[in-house]
Write a protein that binds this ligand. Structure first.
Ligand SMILES: [Zn+2]
Length: 369
């Protein structure tokens, strides 16, 4: 990946870049990254391996980075979303507030310096904009409202939208919340992929099974969502949702070399191979621990929550590799992640899917043409 200013007409500053999913996507959309900022030292080598010049990678607090940040067309920020989802465990209100407060302060620094980019995109988890049932004025929903208020003060047009990654070609159900600040109303990218087209490829034309000759199509059956999608009306002009089997065709074949719990140990292991023929459940940093289904569990007490659950139910493999999860996040095959194995799982699990960031990047570039 070369960042030598080939597409120098669109320049970005990116905060909380982590493993670089959004940075790669924005680069593919033609943005030249002037500065990539993150507090976590292990991401520097990951971003370097992706081709971003070391001189543009800053490992420090965004407040410090904001003091000298260059003028750009776009500020992309993915403020940490863990505090909200971790709130129960760590009583994390303090965490949640401080992450957002720090972000708002850094935006204010850019504005004061006169280098607030004309385009702002903030990414977060779906639900971040919802208030707790017992909201006392300091819950994640309150934080999000403060953010929207500040962005509305700084930008003529603001818009919040939840996007479904699978609708943009990600082999994974990963819904994310985005807030855009822009000089005029932002046209969100329209979906390129649909469930209806996947259902049609599987159950009407059979193209899907032709493509995967070895897939046991007879073991699968049309699920209710697919049935609904097919009876919902006109044929979708979009591409089919990308499935786990599309993304990881070797997953089943590679079983021999893996720690696999066979059905004798848990009847759930590998009991639902049809899950390979849909997008995965969400890739999470905690997939390092492997599936939530425990050995000996005989009944389904919960629905699959994470990618490791889907893969376990489909194949019996308890823990997907970093590389497999990176593919489900649409990183290119062979993408390198640095740091400890633990840090690598975190970098991949917290990333924005590359192709989703690319779709947003292309829509953002339309705004500065
Ligand atoms: Zn609230």
């Amino acid at each position: 990946m070369s960042l030598s200013g080939r597409n120098g007409s669109a320049r970005s500053v990116e905060w909380f870049v982590g493993g670089g999913g959004s940075s790669r996507g924005l680069h593919l959309a033609g943005f030249e990254a002037l500065e990539l900022v993150d507090k976590e030292p292990s991401v520097a080598a990951t971003l370097g391996a992706a081709g971003f010049p070391a001189s543009r990678i800053r490992i420090e607090d965004i407040a410090r980075a904001a003091e000298t940040s260059p003028s750009a067309d776009l500020l992309w920020a993915s403020p940490p979303c863990q505090p909200a989802s971790r709130a129960g465990k760590r009583g994390g209100r303090g965490d949640s507030r401080s992450a957002f407060d720090a972000f708002l302060e850094a935006l204010e620094i850019l504005r004061r310096r006169g280098v607030l980019p004309p385009l702002l995109l903030v990414e977060n988890v779906v639900g971040q904009n919802e208030h707790d049932a017992d909201c006392k004025g300091s819950c994640p929903g309150c934080d999000w409202e403060s953010l929207e208020r500040v962005v509305a003060e700084f930008y003529p047009s603001t818009s919040t939208r939840a996007l479904r990654s699978a609708d943009y070609g990600v082999p994974q159900h990963r819904n994310r919340l985005f807030l855009c600040g822009s000089p005029r109303p932002f046209a969100w990218p329209t979906p390129s992929h649909s469930l209806e087209s996947l259902a049609s490829a599987k159950w009407v034309t059979g193209d899907y099974w032709t493509r995967h000759r070895n897939a046991p199509s007879s073991e699968g059956s049309m699920n209710q969502a697919e049935q609904r999608a097919l009876t919902d009306g006109a044929k979708s002009p979009l591409l089919p949702w990308v499935t786990v089997r599309d993304a990881l065709p070797d997953l089943v074949r590679s079983r021999s070399g893996r720690v696999v719990h066979e059905r004798s140990e848990s009847p759930l292991a590998g009991s639902e191979p049809w899950r390979l023929d849909l997008p995965s459940t969400v890739v999470a940093a905690t997939d390092e621990k492997g599936t939530n289904y425990t050995k000996g569990m005989t009944t389904k007490r919960r629905t699959p929550m994470r990618a490791s659950d889907t893969i376990y139910l489909a194949t019996g493999i308890r823990r997907p590799t970093v590389d497999e999860l990176a593919i489900l996040q649409t990183f290119p095959s062979g993408a390198k992640f640095s740091g400890s194995v633990h840090q690598q799982y975190i970098q991949v699990g917290n990333a924005v899917p590359v192709v989703l960031a690319k779709a947003l990047g292309l829509a953002l570039r339309e705004m500065i043409r």
